[in-house]
Design a protein around this ligand. Structure first.
Ligand SMILES: Nc1ncnc2c1ncn2[C@@H]1O[C@H](COP(=O)(O)OP(=O)(O)OP(=O)(O)O)[C@@H](O)[C@H]1O
Length: 234
């Protein structure tokens, strides 16, 4: 595998065993994501987008095939090893940001660094402050999630996903619960950060204006990925 490939999956498949009938949600999916590449995954509700994202992150176990994160196959790793690999190489942003309500923006962003036991609290706090400044929240460092707007919370979640300087960030509907203006702010931020930090992004989205800004658009249908050459096919 080239060192510029941050994620690769081969013949990936996922079958949910549902009583008498199996549901094959992901079927024979193979692709590679290069450094600083931005990919949108689109598809109708229930087509398997979240399932695919969970397989790529090792949060769910594939029925067949394999996923390699920065050259390391997830097959054969135990939960602790997968968690260490995620913490080292991946960042996550979900539609419902999962920020910890009792902690400040700064503490929330510092958390993934503090999980690496070798990082001092003062260093993690400093780094969190830098990232929050990057996303335009330098005046909100000590606010708790309940004291922030939806768009601000989403920007905190993006800062948190980037604080460990991941190779790849996986985003599930990052603009799904935002108004159009705030969605555009978050979109601009993703574009800016991918260029500035050389981070790769895989974004699951129903937001076609966000998808259109990515380098590649893949549509998930009947369990497989179909590359879209233009938005006209969506
Ligand atoms: N744990 C599970 N057990 C059985 N079936 C499941 C499970 N999780 C998801 N599914 C089914 O797999 C299919 C894909 O679900 P998934 O959440 O990946 O879709 P999605 O494309 O992300 O949908 P949406 O856009 O609505 O969020 C759905 O038909 C769903 O019902």
């Amino acid at each position: 595998m080239s060192k510029d490939v941050v994620l690769e999956c081969r013949e990936l498949g996922k079958v949910y065993r549902e009583g008498p009938g199996d549901v094959e949600v992901i079927r024979d999916v193979s692709f590679a994501v290069g450094r600083s590449e931005r990919i949108a995954i689109v598809g109708s509700s229930g087509s398997g987008k979240t399932t695919l994202l969970n397989l790529l992150a090792g949060l769910d176990v594939a029925s067949r095939g394999e996923v390699c994160v920065c050259g390391v196959s997830l097959n054969g790793l135990n939960d602790r090893e997968k968690s260490a690999l995620r913490n080292r190489h991946l960042g996550f942003v979900y539609q419902f940001h999962h920020l910890l309500p009792e902690f400040s923006a700064r503490e929330n962003v510092a958390m993934p660094l503090l999980m690496r036991r070798d990082v001092a609290v003062s260093v993690a706090a400093q780094k969190a402050e830098e990232l929050l400044t990057l996303v335009g929240l330098e005046a909100r460092l000590d606010h708790k999630p309940g004291e922030l707007s939806g768009g601000e919370r989403q920007r905190v979640a993006i800062a948190r996903a980037l604080v460990t300087e991941p190779d790849l960030v996986l985003l599930d509907e990052p603009t799904g619960n935002l108004d159009q203006h705030t969605a555009e702010v978050v979109q601009g931020l993703i574009m800016d950060l991918s260029q500035r930090l050389q981070t790769s992004f895989i974004i699951v989205t129903h937001d076609l204006s966000l998808a259109a800004k990515m380098d590649r658009i893949w549509q998930l249908q009947d369990g497989g990925l179909v590359e879209q050459v233009s938005n006209s096919g969506l």
